[in-house]
Design a binder for this molecule. Structure first.
Ligand SMILES: Nc1ncnc2c1ncn2[C@@H]1O[C@H](COP(=O)(O)OP(=O)(O)O)[C@@H](O)[C@H]1O
Ligand SMILES: [Mg+2]
Length: 304
């Protein structure tokens, strides 16, 4: 069988949590594909099923139905032992709350060595130093965790997640507890790991500002729609509307940050400000003209 080009393939993935009398459908038929070596962001409001998806991908919880294939292997067919080996060899995990796998009174290098020790890995010191270097912490190896900043602690957590050389790195709100600057730096670490080590990276975030800095962004709504979010053509729209009274520079700044949601049937939801700037009104019969030009789509106010 030819090796799949996908690291992750979800088809009609369903996850139902059963608690007493209540059933919560956290994922209701989710479709998603991530290629090997990609770095993607998953966005969505609270309760949309992001953590549920990540936990399925990480082998921390089992899907209820559908199919979930990671590196060509169907997780729904896994035995307990398969899951154990999968977690040990295939995936790495980073959480928002790093206290989950860090020991405050140990140094950075000791923290990275610890899980390796528990797994009986050899040449731990050497490996730990290499990993700390990979996350930009060479100068902090002997600092105690509780003397490090939130961002530095998160880097240690990333180093640990790489200890087993995972094919896939999963991060659930990894920048949820740090400031904007630190969160940009952490994204830099993830990008670096993705590029230099070829690790497929999936970052869950509800921070759209951060998501905008990631090439591929997938949004989940109600555990169902996974739509691509595209970020393009603001410059074009701005040059189209140059000289118009649209609030000038400030508006341009705002517009250039806009993300557009494209659903699976190709429907776009355009930002309200754009429509107002072009005086395009929804609801009327003819709303806008479209032009396809040089791989870009231009939207104009319709000529009467
Ligand atoms: N262990 C659980 N038991 C019952 N319901 C759960 C459990 N985990 C999550 N849920 C529910 O599943 C839905 C999706 O949750 P979650 O995946 O945590 O969303 P997100 O990470 O996007 O905020 C929510 O309605 C949540 O309440
Ligand atoms: Mg969550």
């Amino acid at each position: 069988m030819a090796e799949s080009e996908y690291a992750i393939e979800c088809e009609n993935l369903v996850k139902i949590y059963k608690t007493d009398q209540i059933e919560v459908v956290a994922l209701q038929g989710l479709d998603l594909q991530v290629k090997k070596g990609e770095l993607v962001a998953i966005v969505g409001t609270s309760g949309s099923g992001k953590s549920t998806l990540l936990n399925m991908l990480g082998g921390l919880d089992k899907p209820s139905a559908g199919s979930l294939t990671v590196n060509g292997r169907n997780l729904l067919k896994f035995t307990e032992e398969d899951y154990m080996i999968y977690k040990r060899n295939t995936v790495g995990f980073v959480w928002q709350n790093n206290a989950r796998n860090l020991v405050p009174y140990l140094t950075a290098v000791q923290n990275v060595e610890l899980p390796m020790l528990l797994q009986g890995q050899k040449e731990r010191r050497e490996r730990a130093l290499e990993l700390l270097d990979a996350v930009g912490l060479s100068n902090r190896i002997n600092s105690r965790l509780d003397q490090m900043s939130g961002g530095e602690q998160q880097r240690v957590a990333i180093a640990i997640s790489l200890a087993n050389n995972p094919a896939i790195l999963l991060a659930d709100e990894p920048t949820g507890s740090v400031d904007t600057k630190t969160s940009d730096q952490l994204l830099g670490v993830f990008k670096d790991i993705n590029q230099k080590r070829g690790v497929t990276v999936v970052i869950v975030t509800h921070d759209l500002r951060l998501a905008k800095k990631i090439d591929r962004v997938i949004s989940i709504r109600d555990g169902r729609t996974s739509s691509e979010i595209i970020k393009k053509s603001h410059a074009e729209i701005m040059s189209e509307t140059k000289g118009w009274d649209t609030g000038e520079e400030e508006a341009a700044e705002e517009f250039s940050e806009e993300l557009v949601v494209l659903d699976r049937t190709g429907r776009l939801q355009l930002p309200k400000d754009y429509l107002e700037a072009l005086d395009i009104k929804g609801g009327s019969k003819v709303k806008a003209d479209l032009d396809l030009e040089n791989e870009r789509i231009y939207i104009h106010k319709a000529q009467q």
